[in-house]
Design a protein around this ligand. Structure first.
Ligand code: FES
Length: 100
């Protein structure tokens, strides 16, 4: 497993998210009140870009059809069988890195 830097802390404001690519994988890092999480950027419903959605607390809303996911666990609020893959995030010295 390798640590890949995807952003600086101040690039992802509290309550915000963005889309990044690490090792050819599109990911969405989130800042939930100072705690960083990350998921795959691709919504498991129909491929919407989760990192372009709205973050409300720990839930990201997909911009395509509004499904919501817990960014810490990946669990979908609307469909118990659906989840998005999560990625471990490490914050150190102002850098946000993912473990891939
Ligand atoms: S593609 Fe995300 S809710 Fe449909």
């Amino acid at each position: 497993m390798a640590s890949v830097k995807v952003a600086q802390v101040d690039e992802v404001k509290a309550g915000g998210c963005k889309v990044v690519t690490a090792n050819d994988r599109d990911l969405a890092p989130y800042n939930v009140a100072g705690a960083f999480h990350a998921t795959d950027n691709t919504c498991p419903h129909k491929g919407g870009p989760l990192g372009e959605g709205d973050l409300d607390g720990a839930h990201i809303t997909c911009p395509r059809h509004g499904w919501q996911f817990d960014v810490a666990t990946g669990q979908c609020k609307h469909d118990p069988a659906a989840r998005v893959e999560t990625v471990k995030v490490v914050v150190q010295d102002g850098d946000v890195s993912v473990e891939l």
